[in-house]
Write a protein that binds this ligand. Structure first.
Ligand code: G6P
Length: 367
């Protein structure tokens, strides 16, 4: 087993370090000559126009990738998207028809609730696209179309490289849909393609400078609760950061939309409560900054994640983790990496069994 870990202490940290390669492999054959080429998909303009809506269904971390997917498909392609937890979807009377396009996201392709939800969608005749990491998995065999994440085997229970590559697939799909629907300018399309191509390199930069993240973990691993907040895409990533932390460190954690703070969560902030505040979204930066001030005023210890150059945040936050500057719509792919590392270092500091956390399974194949 230690040979398989390639010199790393745990699979999780090894897999985090594999993210640049996983991103590169996932885009390799699909971004060709400055264009997204999802030949594995072939959704036509007519199908998109007729679809009415797209429904994304998944569980756990894959669901969180779906939340980002909703933001980006709606923003770029202007098609309404519902994002559903599979175990909820399967037991309601869902609004779905044969024209809808369904995107199933599942690392393993074997999650029981996800499979059941997928089969319901197929039954009504909707077009089902799967994003999965396992070739030959049940999801890959039963879906109408498959877009593989080429992340390689993921062993650690806490999902890392599968999530970042699921995000990448969501971006490529959103661009493809936006282009087919004629809803994106050539300039905007090119800009996003160029920035996507830089992601592996930028992810590597984060991995090359982990000291501040380790320091934040050392300062907070004794906390009984850690909160995450952000707005827009930062909120979507906050949910995943919070899940990572609770999965492997057993620290109670919640993610909230920063604007919701005053509707409840702020009551829980005490002297020293760690709050991880994500502030990478341009139009929302000032708003998140004022939320940081609000929690600081109640005694929170704020660890902020922001883009290089946005140094104004240093005046408010106790610690700042910078990510390389990128077009803010793509920030989730980079923002999540410090959050994965933070969860990892907190769990290691607490002496937890990082790769096999209690009560959790890599793939939940029974209900
Ligand atoms: C389990 C795993 C998670 C995963 C979820 C969905 O809870 O521990 O890491 O996100 O199942 O799994 P899937 O294979 O469908 O993506």
């Amino acid at each position: 087993e230690s040979a398989e870990k390639g010199g790393y202490q745990h699979f999780m940290i090894k897999e985090i370090h594999e993210e640049p390669k996983a991103l590169r492999d996932t885009m390799a054959s699909r971004i060709v000559d400055g264009k997204v080429n999802l030949s594995d998909l072939n959704v036509t303009r007519e199908q998109l126009e007729k679809a009415g809506k797209i429904i994304i269904i998944a569980c756990g971390t894959a669901y969180h990738a779906g939340v980002v997917g909703k933001y980006v498909i709606e923003k770029l392609a202007r098609i309404p998207v519902d994002v559903e937890i599979a175990s909820e979807f399967r037991y309601k009377d869902p609004l779905i028809n044969e024209d809808n396009i369904v995107i199933i996201i599942s690392q393993s392709g074997e999650t029981a609730d996800t499979l059941a939800a997928m089969r319901m969608c197929k039954k009504v005749g909707a077009k089902v696209i799967a994003i999965t990491n396992v070739v030959g998995s049940t999801v890959s065999r039963e879906a109408d179309h498959v877009v593989y994440t080429w992340a390689g085997p993921e062993i650690a229970v806490a999902s890392t490289k599968a999530y970042t590559t699921q995000l990448l697939c969501m971006y490529m799909m959103a661009l493809d849909f936006a282009d087919k629907m004629g809803r994106i300018s050539a300039d905007e399309y090119q800009r996003i393609i160029e920035e996507i191509r830089k992601l592996p390199e930028l992810a590597q930069e984060i991995l090359d400078d982990k000291e501040i993240i380790q320091r934040c973990a050392d300062e907070t691993f004794n906390a009984s609760s850690i909160f995450y907040m952000g707005r827009g895409l930062d909120y979507a990533v906050a949910m995943e950061g919070s899940l990572k932390l609770k999965e492997i460190s057993y620290i109670h954690s919640e993610a909230y939309a920063a604007g919701e703070l005053k509707h409840g969560t702020i009551a829980l902030i005490e002297e020293g409560t760690p709050v991880v505040a994500l502030a990478t979204q341009k139009g929302l930066f000032e708003k998140t900054l004022s939320n940081i001030k609000e929690v600081k005023a109640r005694g929170a210890f704020v660890i902020a994640v922001a883009m290089e150059g946005d140094t104004e945040i240093e005046k408010e936050a106790d610690r700042v983790i910078y990510i390389p500057r990128v077009y803010d719509i793509l920030a989730p792919v980079l923002v999540v990496i410090p959050l994965q590392l933070y969860a990892y270092y907190v769990a290691v500091a607490k002496g937890c069994d990082v790769d096999k956390p209690r009560n959790l399974a890599k793939s939940v194949t029974v209900e």
